[in-house]
Design a protein around this ligand. Sequence first.
Ligand code: MF3
Ligand code: CO
Ligand code: CO
Length: 274
Amino acid sequence: MTQYQTITGEETVLRDGTIKLHGPEAFEGMRRAGRLAAEILDALAPFVQPGVTTGAIDDLVREMTLAGGAVPATMGYRGFAHSCCTSINHVICHGIPGDKALKDGDIVNIDVTPLLDGWHGDSSRMYLVGDVSLKARRLVDVTYECLMIGIEQARPGARLGDIGAAIQAHAEQHRYGVVREFCGHGLGRLFHDAPEVVHVGRKGTGPELKPGMFFTIEPMINLGKPWVKMLADGWTAVSRDKSLSAQFEHSIGITEDGCEIFTLSPGGLHKPPY
Ligand code: MF3
Ligand code: CO
Ligand code: CO
């Protein structure tokens, strides 16, 4: 069992592999953190245009996070130095913001995690840059459907494996590849906690879902094969066959009769076009 200090330094949380069951105060904390994440993703939409650098997007995310009374949980996380991840085209996840400018036809995932009053709101969406090809837009649409189909499985009595099974079936029906190396995760006071939420699997397997569990679902779907390559920077994951990759992420909590999505867009900007 390992003890980790939260970034606030106010308390110590245990990390022992069990799936925590949270109460009403935790739901309230996650609701606020999740709402800020969603507001930030909403506010970014008009800025995601050809010519804008991913570093400029990162600056906006940091400013909005701080203005919302939170800090970006990614800053200083295992050596990551930025306020969000920006993953363009064949980048699957954890793209590092920098000088690179977005160009017409790109698809980009922006992943934000404000840490507000000790709670992590983790969410990402795809954005279309200028005129995007039909095949890229279809990948983005199906990836969003994969997330929402996964969320539909999340209710008490279901098994964690039901989520991955539903996502995998939908993606593979479209002949897309589901990334295995990265998964959703429990979260709350910790950024990454038990359980691991894999986006493939078999129905009826894995732990039973119970009210009070918090986790993300964040399928990464490749237009081609699911295989991953890591770049030398140690963060950027790309599709090995260089095919386009898309991802959406929500943070959810299991309730008595289903689940609550903490990171729903207040502006209705659920998927592009925004
Ligand atoms: N937000 C990512 C997730 O969904 C984690 C990013 S960690 C970073 O879990 F260090 F790469 F930013
Ligand atoms: Co996440
Ligand atoms: Co995320």
